[in-house]
Design a protein. Structure first.
Length: 116
């Protein structure tokens, strides 16, 4: 039978892996942000210029029919979804650093208590 401490340690291992993955995603995104092609294609064109173009396109008479309007709306939702996901990656990565430290401190406390 597992002890309370071993269960806690296993749960802390799972948390640690998740925080490390969040940090890895944040670092990967930060590397992408330094890449000129990524900046050009995604940050400047897709997330900004293409979004503005689609918003303007929504208001044109040629897109009054429901099919075209729906297609444009789906494209805008895709753009905002990507932008949101990138913000989440950055935010979770930032928070993961302190959380990771807490997990490691808690693990050490459990180990120290079980040694006593």
């Amino acid at each position: 039978m597992e002890t309370k401490e071993s269960i806690q340690l296993r749960n802390l291992d799972i948390e640690e892996k998740e925080y490390l993955a969040r940090i890895a995603r944040q670092l990967a995104y930060q590397r992408l942000q330094k890449n000129q092609d990524f900046k050009f294609l995604f940050e400047e064109w897709y997330l900004k210029d293409e979004a503005v173009r689609l918003v303007h396109l929504q208001g044109t008479p040629a897109n009054d029919n429901e099919s075209n309007a729906s297609h444009i709306q789906r494209q805008l939702i895709s753009i905002s979804g990507l932008a949101e996901k990138l913000r989440i990656i950055e935010s979770l990565g930032r928070d993961a650093g302190s959380k990771l430290e807490e997990v490691r401190e808690t693990r050490q406390e459990i180990i120290n208590e079980s040694d006593e």
